[in-house]
Design a binder for this molecule. Structure first.
Ligand code: PLP
Length: 393
């Protein structure tokens, strides 16, 4: 047996494992330190009441012989697909139910979707970005080129006609930078993809944070995207489902490459390798899309947005360049005095007992930057903001 040689190209461990290791070493050495964690992008607000009620009702159904359910349909229950379809329809995006694939979240689909593509396709990935795109393509041995996201281009790289790519990852609103493409900018990527016979993988995990009117929630708001883009989305941030696990991937039937409908390939792939999200969870997810469910979820989103506003005000007071926040739960700040990301991580932990995420962990262009999240508790975030001002102001 020979192990997959491509694992050798990966960083030794996943970013958040490195962070956890450093934080636990610090807390062991300083057991009385009051550490505030604004590092990992995990939510903290509880599930919305309508979602909990739906989960409870579905659990009771499973406990009764006449309503018990075993294996569900491969690609998701029709009731949830209908709910997702309705959500898109509100933005003027028309989808067929069989263009929607219910998943256990966006991370697994972001990693697995590569199985649709031959190994010798060139992948274009923004730098910095959510590490799963790079790592999953490294594991598959696919050649990667990077779209440089910098402070100068607002961390929103646009297509370079001189670069030939077959698969393009776009994350908007972006993790970690919080930057979000406008309709006009996304249209340039759609043009590029169509001109190159490429496919865009659009990660919309943070779409619920979009508030700027000309920033699309979905790539399908851009005309022509239906024949060149796959959209991956999640209820993790929209509805606090990070521990519940449910998302959806959209593959329009119009998306055809080499005479193959990618929708049919993914249906075949899921039929072989995935046995669907549990009925109970899909009922909970359905409740997210009800009027009451969505209103309650948006209250949590507003709570997180207030936190980012508090962090942003503190950094402004301290005279630190930063962006994000507007359409995202993330604040992306420049490390003070030209410090490197991990050096600032250590200093912030040591001097202010605040944990953030080093930008360098998201790619080379993240070096010298740092990510803070609004996903924490409001009072603790306000406390962290005060400590930031004290340390940096
Ligand atoms: N995509 C991006 C850009 C993310 O930041 C995350 C989680 O942090 C995910 C996908 C994963 O989401 P899920 O919880 O649905 O797997």
């Amino acid at each position: 047996m020979k192990p997959n040689p491509y694992f050798a190209a990966l960083q030794k461990s996943y970013l958040f494992i490195d962070i956890a290791r450093r934080v636990s070493a610090f807390t062991e050495a300083n057991p009385n330190a009051d550490v505030i964690r604004l590092g990992i992008g995990d939510v903290t607000r509880p599930l919305a009441a309508p979602v909990v009620a739906a989960l409870e009702a579905a659990s009771r159904e499973m406990g009764s012989a006449d309503t018990f359910r075993g294996y569900g349909p491969d690609t998701g229950y029709p009731f949830l697909k209908e709910a997702v379809r309705g959500y898109y329809a509100k933005r003027g995006v028309r989808l067929d139910a069989d263009e929607i694939f219910i998943s256990d979240g966006c991370k697994s689909d972001c990693g697995n979707i590569g199985e649709l593509f031959a190994a010798d396709n060139t992948v274009l990935i923004p730098n910095p970005v959510y590490p799963v795109y790079v790592d999953s393509n490294l594991m598959a041995g696919r050649p990667i080129v990077y779209a440089e996201a910098t402070r100068e281009n607002g961390f929103l790289p646009l297509p370079d006609r001189g670069v030939k790519a077959d698969i393009i990852y776009i994350c908007s609103p972006n993790n970690p930078t919080g930057a979000a493409y406008t309709q006009h900018q996304l249209a340039q990527w759609v043009d590029y993809a169509r001109g190159n016979d490429a496919v865009i993988l659009f990660d919309a995990a943070y779409e619920c944070f979009v508030q700027t009117p000309d920033v699309p929630h979905s790539i399908y708001e851009v005309p022509g995207a239906e024949d060149c883009a796959i959209e991956l989305c999640s209820l993790s941030k929209t509805a606090g489902f990070t521990g519940v696990r449910c998302g959806y991937t959209v593959i329009p039937k119009a998306l055809v490459r080499g005479a193959e409908q990618l929708n049919a390939l993914w249906a075949r792939r899921q039929g072989t390798k995935f046995n669907e999200v549990s009925y109970i969870i899909q009922r909970g997810a359905e409740a997210v899309f009800t009027e009451a469910g969505m209103a309650a979820c948006m209250e949590n989103v507003a709570y997180y947005k207030k936190n980012t506003a508090v962090l942003s005000a503190a950094l402004a007071q301290a005279g630190i360049w930063h962006s994000g926040g507007q359409n995202s739960p993330y604040i992306w700040m420049q490390c003070p005095g030209g410090m490197k990301s991990w050096d600032f991580f250590d200093m912030l932990l040591d001097k202010a007992h605040v944990v953030g995420t080093p930008g360098a962990g998201f790619g080379q262009n993240g070096e010298g930057f740092f990510r803070l999240t609004g996903f924490g508790n409001a009072a603790r975030t306000a406390e962290a903001a005060e400590r930031l001002v004290k340390l940096l102001g």
